[in-house]
Design a protein around this ligand. Structure first.
Ligand SMILES: Cc1ncc(COP(=O)(O)O)c(C=O)c1O
Length: 392
């Protein structure tokens, strides 16, 4: 009998895939399922990016690039930080990766020793645990509540930090909650991780999808990643630029980390997709930035609609989701059967919290508003009917 590795058995599946499979069955049976489950923008890739991608293919710009990415793209990303946040980033510290997934993977492999703990807010993005485990590390949850907007405090980090802690991985805005960490709290956490000589991986993948207040970066607080501050910034072309399938992200790393990341990138991927990198250069053109800004406003309208409509059908949010395209809500009953019932009876697919939280995932569920306003309106009507049919 073929023997599988311990790691392969440790990795958790996405429980939601079971639900999505069920949704496919319902669709095949002729029903129209409205998906509030999807973690990717419902827009096509921006038009200039699409043309640049096609041009790269027809110009046969398809050979390997440098493992750290195309230099002009690294420069463009560094320039973008200056233009947007007035933060000076040296292009040599920018590494282009296959989505932020590869960046998170490389960062953990370069910074975590077997047996060391990495602190991860709970609820959080499920793959983070796996990235830590692949490096031989031990994920340690920081339990957060809606009262603290699902973002950790420096007091919590300090209380959980031990001699065996390697660092902390944070996301703001976060998946599944859409909440952002306050600047003061982030500054305290960054000061703490630096004082402990640990790392802080800051996942800013939803950075530019913010509503109500402007986008921010940890680099506005601490400056560019340095060997002293131990911060690694992670970002992606997937969400704001809507390029999920092109598999492109980036990281900004302290100089001391660069050669380790380069070796890992050379060995694990050789380089990120070449045509995707040429295409991504078009992201920073004014027309693309305008297109993405218009899309952000569409997300903002959808969010406002749901924030008003959901309480009217008995679903009350207890946190303040200021970013991404997610709402994380208390479930009327155990979120696993609730999401199954919602799918089977109302044909609306939402995600139970157990993918995101070991603590109280069964009490929560996630809605994604990466779907058209028409579909959101129809989904709320269906949810209302379903909720009205629940026993009191
Ligand atoms: C918080 C967070 N980080 C990272 C990722 C990985 O995204 P990608 O690899 O497409 O950049 C996701 C995807 O949903 C996410 O939600």
């Amino acid at each position: 009998m073929l023997k599988l590795s311990h790691l392969s058995q440790q990795v958790q599946p996405f429980h939601v895939m079971e639900l999505v499979k069920k949704a496919e069955g319902i669709t095949q049976a002729g029903h129209d399922v409205i998906h509030l489950s999807i973690g990717e923008p419902d827009f096509p890739i921006p038009s200039l990016v699409s043309s640049a991608f096609q041009e790269a293919i027809s110009n046969t710009n398809t050979r390997y690039t440098n493992a750290l990415g195309l230099w002009p793209l690294r420069e463009a990303i560094a320039q973008h930080y200056w233009d947007t946040f007035q933060v000076k980033v040296d292009a040599s510290q920018v590494v282009v990766t296959a989505g932020s997934s590869a960046a998170l993977n490389y960062a953990c492999l370069a910074l975590v020793n077997p047996g060391q703990e990495v602190l991860l807010p709970d609820p959080g993005y499920p793959c983070n645990k796996t990235f830590v485990q692949i490096a031989g590390g031990v994920p340690r949850p920081i339990e957060t509540s809606s009262a603290q907007n699902f973002q950790p405090t420096s007091q919590q980090v300090e209380a959980l930090w031990s001699d065996n802690t390697a660092g902390l991985l944070l996301a703001s805005p976060s998946n599944p909650t859409g909440t952002r960490i306050q600047t003061a709290a982030l500054a305290q956490i960054a000061e703490l991780t630096a004082r402990k000589n640990g790392f802080l991986i800051m996942d800013e993948i939803y950075q530019s999808l913010c509503y109500g207040s402007p986008a921010h970066s940890i680099m506005q607080i601490i400056g560019a990643p340095s060997d002293k501050n131990g911060v690694v910034v992670v970002n992606s072309f997937s969400k704001y630029f809507g390029m999920t399938g092109l598999r492109l992200g980036w990281m900004v790393v302290p100089p001391h980390l660069l050669s380790s990341i380069e070796k890992l990138a050379q060995n694990l991927a050789i380089c990120p997709s070449t045509p995707a990198q040429w295409a991504a250069l078009a992201c920073f053109k004014p027309n693309t930035l305008d297109e993405c800004e218009r899309r952000r406003l569409v997300f903002s309208e959808r969010r406002d609609f749901l924030l008003k409509a959901l309480p009217q059908v008995g679903l009350h949010l207890s946190s303040n989701p200021e970013g991404a395209f997610y709402l994380y809500l208390p479930s009327p009953y155990d979120s696993d059967p609730f999401c199954t019932d919602l799918l089977e009876k109302a044909h609306v697919c939402a995600v139970p919290g157990k993918d995101f939280s070991e603590v109280d995932g069964n009490k929560m569920f996630r809605i994604s508003y990466a779907n058209s306003m028409d579909n959101l309106v129809r989904a709320v009507e269906r949810i209302e009917k379903f909720m009205n049919g629940l026993p009191n």
